[in-house]
Design a protein around this ligand. Structure first.
Ligand code: C2E
Ligand code: CA
Ligand code: CA
Ligand code: CA
Length: 275
């Protein structure tokens, strides 16, 4: 028994080492990715539910390694947040997104995801201001998406930073609404310009009456607070029809368009049926 315990412990340590080594390797690869231009941006269309008009594009970060391997932001962003690399990566995203959008023929709004780490560790209002001037993108075209995690860590500091950002003329959206533990108190703490209803409610819409009831409640909440609600992850015409009937303001999802290299895409035929 003793011997096998010994091997177990040893095996466990080896696994730990392996995990640590993997993270170090990934961190090193992220640094190289930034230096060697392996990151790029995708754009996903957002539209008004009543008219089908394009209301903006969300920017999504893509990492394709030299050998063609695709690494999902859901996998590398948490690690980048832990080791601080999210700061230079996030700055790159913001600068590149603003520069690309400033060159578009049509002045659509863009929505950029911000990590809570960025909100807490840099003089973000100064950085955003500098990037807007540098790229020539009007502040009114920039929306910043934040999740409630940013509010939980230091509510007072975060709301202060958000207020300064709004003074620049950018708008602030609350992302992944309904997934955290304190979505409601987060709404109370700051006057968000938009609520992005998490896509999990959409994917569960067919699964029973709960999701439909929650979506209705969030739409009513947005209505009474005078905050527009955007539903994420809209994949079917049934979902879009439901959202329209319930008075949802905006939609985003594969039905309208997948994230793509350029923002020149039109709304997919499938969604056009409604408009
Ligand atoms: P998110 O902010 O909630 O972004 C929406 C995600 O949903 C994207 O995944 C998008 O591709 C996906 N999506 C869009 N429409 C549909 C749909 O109809 N069905 C389904 N199943 N999915 C849909 P993606 O691009 O893999 O990004 C995952 C997450 O990584 C994002 O979630 C965001 O939290 C984070 N992320 C992406 N880019 C950035 C970035 O530049 N900075 C930061 N801090 N985070 C980012
Ligand atoms: Ca987002
Ligand atoms: Ca989201
Ligand atoms: Ca999400």
């Amino acid at each position: 028994a003793k011997a096998s315990l010994g091997t177990d412990v040893c095996f466990y340590e080896e696994e730990m080492d392996e995990a640590v080594r993997n993270r170090r390797r990934m961190a090193q690869q992220m640094r190289e990715a930034l230096d060697q231009g392996q990151f790029s941006l995708n754009w996903q269309i957002q539209a008004a539910v009543d008219t089908g008009e394009i209301t903006g594009y969300e920017v999504l970060l893509r990492w394709i390694q030299p050998d063609g391997t695709f690494i999902s932001p859901a996998d590398f962003i948490p690690l980048a947040e832990e080791n601080g690399l999210i700061l230079p990566i996030g700055e790159w995203v913001l600068r590149t997104a603003c520069a690309e959008a400033a060159a578009w023929a049509e002045p659509h709004k863009i929505a950029v995801n911000l990590s809570p780490v960025q909100l807490g560790h840099v003089d973000l209002p100064r950085l955003v201001h500098q990037i807007l001037i540098e790229t020539g993108l009007p502040a009114a075209r920039l929306e910043l998406e934040i999740t409630e995690t940013a509010m939980i860590t230091d509510m007072e500091r975060t709301t202060h930073v958000l207020r300064q950002l709004k003074l620049l003329g950018v708008s602030i959206a609350m992302d992944d609404f309904g997934t955290g533990y304190s979505s409601l108190s987060t709404l109370r703490a700051f006057p968000f310009d938009k609520i992005k209803l998490d896509r999990s409610f959409m994917s569960e819409l067919d699964g029973g009456p709960q999701s439909a009831a929650i979506i209705r409640a969030v739409l009513a909440l947005g209505e009474s607070l005078a905050i527009p609600v955007l539903a994420e992850g809209v994949e079917t015409l049934e979902q879009l029809t439901f959202l329209r009937d319930q008075g949802c303001d905006e939609v985003q999802g594969y039905l309208l368009g997948r994230p793509q290299k350029t923002a020149e895409g039109h709304i997919q035929q499938a969604a056009r049926v409604l408009w």
